[in-house]
Design a protein around this ligand. Structure first.
Ligand code: SAM
Length: 298
């Protein structure tokens, strides 16, 4: 029996209501999730990131397998890959390569937004528009006119703008490198990146309001990214802690590995103890170390 987008969205929301890393007590987030048709943001042809023995990822084609495609769109833990090798691989069949854009898994986006905790009317900067889906969720909370979103890939930015406009959402979509942020649209109450960094760009810290929050996946020496939330001191520095283990694609300008000691990581950091690490970032660079007591970031 065919299942509708509406019923799958509801079932996905129910699962994320029960999950410890889901909506929590954020009713607004559940409402936003239920109000945005995720399927509207997913291209007809996407790769499902589960390679076969040959390393190739399966292509899901909406026109050929509409029900499989829709079921995957609403699988809480499944990202769908929308671009491989910066667009060099056409979505015409099974493929492998570096994932360079996706629509992040519902559960991951919900977790990010729960920690970001945007309030109605907040000014928000998003780095990594991708399909525009996260942008639409943000717009549902703060109003599209308060959202600035930056995407480095021009074709992706154009498509996201069109999809958002079809839903009568008109955030400020900027095609370009998000690492310098967008000074003219700030200051921001919230900045969120849906691509990970090795080094937190100083521009993001400079463009945050006092007590503003930055939520960003940070590459770690442990073999995975850690979701980091920093609170601004209003003078270009911010302090905070890691929240969850996550996995994101890197911002384009930071794909190349760098030595971790040059990125403020302590030597021989214990992967089991990441929750005890505290992060300060600012004009002096970023420093990561074990908490030493005193006031704790929220
Ligand atoms: C995981 S995807 C974002 C998914 C998006 N949140 C969604 O819901 O569809 C990461 C995106 O970041 C973009 N990106 C990478 N580096 C960037 C940069 N320096 N500035 C802006 N966007 C960047 C990629 O092109 C990609 O589209």
């Amino acid at each position: 029996m065919a299942t509708t987008a509406h019923s799958l969205r509801q079932a996905c929301a129910d699962e994320m209501s029960r999950h410890p890393r889901g909506f929590g007590d954020c009713d607004w987030l559940r409402e936003a999730f239920l109000s945005v048709p995720r399927e509207h943001f997913v291209p007809d042809r996407v790769w499902w990131p589960a390679p076969g023995e040959d390393g190739l990822h399966t292509l899901l084609d909406r026109t050929v397998q509409p029900q499989d495609w829709l079921t995957r769109v609403y699988a809480p833990g499944d990202p769908l890959i929308t671009q491989i090798d910066d667009g060099a691989v056409p979505p015409t069949g099974r493929a492998k390569g570096a994932f360079t854009s996706s629509i992040s898994a519902p559960g991951v986006i919900i977790e990010l937004l729960r920690h970001l905790a945007p309030r109605p009317g907040d000014r928000v900067l998003e780095i990594g528009t991708g399909t525009g889906y996260t942008t639409a969720l943000l717009a549902a909370r703060v109003g599209a006119a308060n959202v600035v979103t930056m995407e480095i890939d021009g074709r992706l930015a154009d498509r996201a703008t069109e999809r958002l406009a079809t839903l009568d959402l008109h955030p400020h979509v900027i095609t370009g490198d998000g690492e310098p942020g967008h000074l003219a649209g700030g200051p921001y109450d919230r900045i969120v990146a849906t691509a990970s960094v090795r080094r937190i760009p100083q521009a993001w810290l400079d463009q945050l309001r006092p007590s503003g929050l930055l939520v960003v996946p940070l590459d770690s020496p442990f073999g995975w990214d850690l979701l980091l939330r920093l609170e601004s001191n209003g003078r270009g520095a911010a302090h905070g802690k890691f929240l969850e283990r996550v996995e994101f694609m890197r911002v384009r300008g930071q794909r190349k590995p760098l030595p971790y000691d040059g990125l403020g990581w302590p030597p021989e950091a214990d992967p089991e103890a990441w929750r005890d690490l505290r992060v300060t970032a600012g004009p002096e660079g970023q420093q990561i170390g074990l908490r030493t007591g005193g006031q704790e970031p929220g």
